[in-house]
Write a protein that binds this ligand. Structure first.
Ligand code: NCD
Ligand code: ZN
Length: 337
């Protein structure tokens, strides 16, 4: 029998899509990411949205004060609106990209874009200024088809703005994986949970509110395609947890908020998944190197060691329930330096 791998070291792990919120929630969740990751892309869907320089710099200050002494680079985004060229020029030094939400498709997206053709002047500026565009790619169609129905919009944008870097955020379908290979300027993030669960886990038995998110988890064949791309470290695919905390009373409610809180367990669960697929040699690329080359960023140096030591996940962090609450993970983070 081959010896089991007992230790994994990841250099500067990056989480390329996550929700830090603000206020008390930010105090709870930010340290959980800033402990184990070297950087992360911070989403702007607050109320009011992060969509101007004043709001952005205020938010950066709040985040940095909570990160405190941890080694963690918050890569910021602003919420897409009709920005002028000058506004974008001013924002550019502070941001990694602009995040576009179609109006009303997910948490706090009401101020999003109602019609993509009306957004194209601003998108042109992004192309000219070389600011990446991150997109929540869902329509208002039937819930399982929303991502697939949005793919022609990605194609249209990729063709119309060939020099624009377009990131399909949190992809959930085999069709989205295929699109990565068709357009040079299209990239994607994928979450942990979409590599692990399907709609069956959410609604196949008793309804599991803590596994409910947008985009909703899809079919087994979609999950298979995502896993295949991730474990092979598809060079255009990056890890982005989409860790999206909501307080317990918003999740266990009639009208459950969308979002899965994975920040504290993401790395441990990724090691487990990659190990099960004999793909640990590709984890470094998936969880850091790909993002570094796609965005041309150099994250702070941070070395994270995980060991095969079982660890029980708390049932709550303040009033937020994490994925795998109360369950045991096979891997623990044992050193960060
Ligand atoms: C996110 C949130 O709660 O902000 N929710 C989610 O289900 N993923 C928003 C988002 O990324 O769609
Ligand atoms: Zn998100």
């Amino acid at each position: 029998m081959v010896d089991q791998i007992k230790q994994v070291v990841i250099n500067s792990p990056l989480d390329m899509h996550l929700h830090f919120r603000e206020g008390r929630m930010a105090q709870t969740v930010i340290p959980l990411s800033s402990y184990s990751f070297a950087g992360g892309v911070v989403m702007p869907n607050l109320v009011p949205a992060v969509n101007n320089l004043k709001r952005l710099t205020g938010y950066i200050q709040e985040i940095k004060s909570i990160i405190d002494k941890d080694i963690f680079e918050p890569y910021m985004t602003v919420f897409f609106k009709h920005y002028s060229y000058q506004e974008l020029e001013q924002l550019k030094p502070y941001i990694l990209g602009v995040k576009l939400y179609p109006a009303g498709v997910t948490t706090n997206s009401e101020e999003g874009v109602a019609a993509i053709n009306k957004a194209e002047t601003t998108i042109k500026y992004l192309e000219e200024l070389e600011i990446p565009l991150m997109i929540h790619g869902e329509t208002h169609g039937f819930v399982l088809d929303r991502e697939k129905m949005f793919l022609p919009i990605f194609e249209h944008l990729a063709q119309t703005f060939p020099r624009l870097k377009i990131i399909m955020e949190h992809i959930t379908t085999a069709d989205a994986v295929s699109l990565l290979n068709e357009y040079e300027n299209i990239y994607a993030t994928v979450t942990l949970h979409h590599l692990l669960i399907t709609l069956d886990d959410v609604a196949g038995g008793l309804l599991r509110p803590h596994l409910f998110c947008k985009p909703i988890a899809k079919r087994p064949e979609d999950r298979e395609a995502l896993v295949k791309a991730a474990i092979n470290a598809h060079p255009k695919l990056m890890f982005g947890s989409d860790s999206a905390p909501h307080p317990l009373d918003k999740k266990e409610a009639c009208g459950c908020a969308a979002g899965i809180f994975t920040a504290p367990i993401a790395l441990q669960a990724l090691v487990d998944l990659f190990e099960q697929h004999n793909a640990l040699h590709n984890l470094q690329a998936f969880v850091s190197d790909n993002a570094q080359s796609i965005y041309r960023i150099i994250p702070p140096q941070k070395s994270v060691t995980l060991e095969r030591i079982p660890d029980k996940v708390p049932n709550m962090y303040d009033d937020v329930v994490p994925m795998f609450a109360n369950q045991e993970l096979s891997w623990s983070i044992t050193q960060v330096k």
